[in-house]
Design a protein around this ligand. Structure first.
Ligand SMILES: *Cc1c(COP(=O)(O)O)cnc(C)c1O
Length: 223
């Protein structure tokens, strides 16, 4: 299957899930996740209509950005180190992985210095697994409030990664918990609810996601 075929299938599944939930498929943004994917394959995806790409590593994204540039929106979805924020604010339209205040402060400082307001999401740990990043659910709204008050950054919503399990009920529960938290954000900070990956994006859409991050179903298994 080509990338274009895969994309078509994914879009059909997004549309079907949206319709099951009584929602407009157009309201759901597809972020094509391109970690380990080379620039040529990304160009194929763009030719097939991809408008948003998600990267996990700043270093890789800088190299790809040199080739691909601003023809798509760039999303940072991986753990961001504070010493990489200078590069990150140059490349990314939306940084989805804010899980602590010092990181947000550094991003705000770097963005301000280049005359930018950096759009960000607060990443919430909805899986309660030690290995996963994200701020705890109890602290997420507090962090969102503190980040909103900083110069140089704007909070536009929340991101979460479901637990790694076959238990579909547990996955749905984690999505529904994130949606409830997200609904408590002030309206100005509540544009995006980023949840759902290859294995669980249909459930995420049914639970209210309006931004899905999909790699494997588009580009095939990662090396
Ligand atoms: C890799 C990754 C994805 C995409 O995962 P797939 O299972 O390949 O769709 C989505 N979100 C984050 C944060 C990721 O790291």
């Amino acid at each position: 299957m080509s990338i274009a075929d895969n994309l078509l299938r994914v879009r059909q599944r997004i549309a079907a899930a949206a319709e099951r939930a009584g929602r407009d498929p157009q309201d759901i943004v597809l972020v094509a996740v391109t970690k380990t994917v080379d620039a040529a394959a990304i160009q194929d995806a763009i030719a097939a209509g991809v408008t948003d790409i998600g990267e996990n590593y700043v270093q890789d994204s800088v190299a790809k950005y040199d080739i691909i540039g601003g023809q798509v929106r760039w999303h940072m979805i991986g753990h961001l180190q504070r010493n990489k924020t200078g590069h990150a604010v140059r490349v990314f339209d939306l940084i989805q992985s804010i899980d602590n205040l010092p990181l947000a402060q550094e991003i705000g400082k770097r963005a301000s210095s280049i005359g930018k307001t950096q759009d960000v999401l607060v990443e919430v740990n909805i899986s309660r697994e030690e290995t996963k990043t994200g701020i705890g659910r109890d602290e997420a709204l507090g962090l969102a409030g503190e980040v909103s008050a900083l110069p140089g950054v704007k909070v536009l919503g929340m991101m979460g990664i479901a637990p790694f399990t076959e238990d579909e009920a547990a996955i749905r529960r984690s999505f529904s918990q994130l949606r409830k938290l997200w609904e408590e954000l002030p309206i100005d900070n509540r544009k995006w609810l980023s949840m759902g990956m290859t294995s669980d994006f249909e459930a995420a859409i049914e639970e209210g996601s309006n931004m899905v991050r999909i790699g494997t179903a588009i580009f095939g298994p990662r090396r």
